[in-house]
Design a protein. Structure first.
Length: 258
């Protein structure tokens, strides 16, 4: 509780009355605490790739005097991956602030869903960490914001890579549901406990028991849900511990009015 008092005096300086207010600031304090926690997590998450980037750059500076052709591409690669990580985190933060301010507009066009899925996941295919298997109707066209839907799929696939490192395959599915289309990203990873499922799409929520071992801010799925809902679709997940996870979202096939 916060107590505030205001004392009123007359022209001669005699006290007239005292007005006191008592406010319950529990919610305010909790929000403040959440904000503080978030800032420290975000700073920590940014610090890790920044430290790696700094170390890589220092190595490159030293290599100017002693060139090492074997190490050179590896260090460049490490620096570039750290930059990607930083960009990803900053993009997430910017996206969330845009969502909060209601500034996310959609730029829709017709595109082939299957081609988009192929293109946006090329980085996973090239890394060789997982095999990507595309299943379903390859001819489906949708009228949606291609860039934003690409962002949703990349987020779901990157999560499968991050949280299901031992899943050999990631299955991308396209299924027509009449007026809607369903896109799914399925892995054979560790799965998610039932009590965590209802909170997965909440802002800042992280279900990973290993905590800080896998980097992230708990914003990716929140951003995905916002994008999908803005399109008039739904996002969800089916998962059980030890049974992998199947993240899916639906989109209207083609509403052209906007
Ligand atoms: P972040 O990856 O930054 O934590 P997300 O919003 O993308 O944020 O994910 C929220 C949480 O959902 C993750 O922390 C993780 O615990 C869980 N999660 C997401 N995708 C998977 C997956 N494919 N397998 C297991 N857990 C997952």
């Amino acid at each position: 509780l916060r107590f505030q008092a205001k004392v009123y005096f007359d022209a001669n300086g005699n006290r007239l009355r005292t007005l006191g207010t008592v406010m319950d600031i529990t919610v305010y304090k909790a929000l403040q605490q959440q904000k503080d926690d978030f800032i420290s997590i975000a700073s920590h998450e940014l610090k890790t790739p920044l430290t790696t980037l700094k170390a890589s750059l220092q190595l490159l500076v030293r290599m100017r005097e002693n060139p090492n052709t074997v190490l050179f591409p590896k260090v460049i690669d490490q620096a570039s991956r750290s930059m990607d990580k930083i960009t990803e985190l900053v993009d997430d933060l910017l996206n969330v602030s845009k969502i909060n301010q209601g500034h996310v507009g959609l730029k829709k066009n017709w595109f082939n869903l299957s081609d988009m899925l192929e293109k946006c996941c090329i980085h996973v295919r090239e890394s060789g960490s997982h095999e990507l298997i595309l299943e379903g109707d390859k001819s489906l066209m949708v009228y949606a914001d291609e860039h934003r839907i690409d962002q949703v799929v990349v987020n779901l696939v990157n999560n499968a890579v991050k949280y299901a490192p031992d899943s050999r395959e990631i299955f991308l599915g396209i299924k027509s549901l009449g007026e809607m289309v369903k896109v799914s990203v399925r892995d054979n990873g560790p799965g998610i406990p039932a009590d965590k499922l209802p909170h997965l799409f909440d802002r800042y929520f992280r279900a990973d028991e290993r905590g800080t071992q896998v980097s992230g801010l708990g914003l990716g799925l929140f951003i995905c849900a916002d994008i999908v809902q803005r399109h008039g679709g739904e996002i969800g997940v089916e998962s059980e511990p030890g049974q992998g996870s199947n993240f899916y979202f639906t989109l209207p096939l083609g509403e052209k009015e906007e």
